[in-house]
Design a protein around this ligand. Structure first.
Ligand code: AMP
Length: 195
């Protein structure tokens, strides 16, 4: 099972991907996590991407396609994967289709987590407050200004994936405003309904 989880920043993709990793044993392939790990390790890739990510812009298609291509070669991806935050552009979606085709696989399902902008801004503010209260530093791109840019980038570059996966007959939508457990149950039901 290869599943794409997409939706605006803060929609709960990472939370749902982690729950699915536990319940289905599929690896979570989060390009955001991989890029943050590169920044923390101060690799050349991390240095190249840090300023772009801090602004809330997208790093180049070539970079993220490259890291996903490498990651898909690892043995834990044999039975599929949960793509979290990738693809984010049509070019990435096409590249992912080609990569999977080369492995004799395909995307089985693309789930759009739907959450309104107002709630996303509220969720981000809450997350920052919680982290500060817990003595942790919030993500550099989790400020209200950057979140507004990340949302604009989402609508411009990533929302076209809705039509892309709809045309491929793979799109399902889930109400991401529901409580986490309810969203997780809806996601599991959609996966179980895949022929
Ligand atoms: P995320 O953790 O998925 O919200 O990603 C954090 C940031 O990493 C994004 O705002 C982008 O700057 C970068 N990023 C993550 N995934 C991608 C992707 N598929 N394409 C381009 N940039 C990405």
């Amino acid at each position: 099972m290869n599943l794409v989880l997409f939706g605006p920043p803060g929609a709960g993709k990472g939370t749902q991907a982690k729950l699915l990793t536990q319940s289905r044993g599929l690896p979570q392939l989060s390009t955001g996590d991989m890029l943050r790990a590169a920044i923390a390790a101060e690799t050349a890739l991390g240095l190249e991407c840090k300023a772009i990510m801090d602004r809330g812009d997208l790093v180049s298609d070539a970079i993220v396609i490259g890291i996903i291509a490498e990651r898909l070669n690892e043995p834990d991806c044999t039975n599929g994967a949960i793509f979290d935050g990738f693809p984010r552009t049509i070019a990435q979606a096409e590249a992912l289709d080609r990569l999977l085709e080369g492995m004799g696989e395909k995307i089985d399902l693309a789930i759009e987590l739907k959450v309104n902008d107002e709630s996303l801004l509220q969720r981000s503010e809450n997350r920052v407050k919680e982290m500060l209260a817990g003595g942790q530093s919030p993500r550099a791109d989790d400020t209200p200004e950057t979140l507004r840019n990340r949302l604009a980038v989402y609508y411009r570059n990533t929302a076209p994936l809705i039509a892309y996966y709809e045309n491929a007959g793979k799109l399902k939508g889930v109400d991401g405003m529901a409580p986490i457990a309810q969203v997780a149950a809806s996601v599991r039901a959609l996966i179980d309904a895949v022929p």
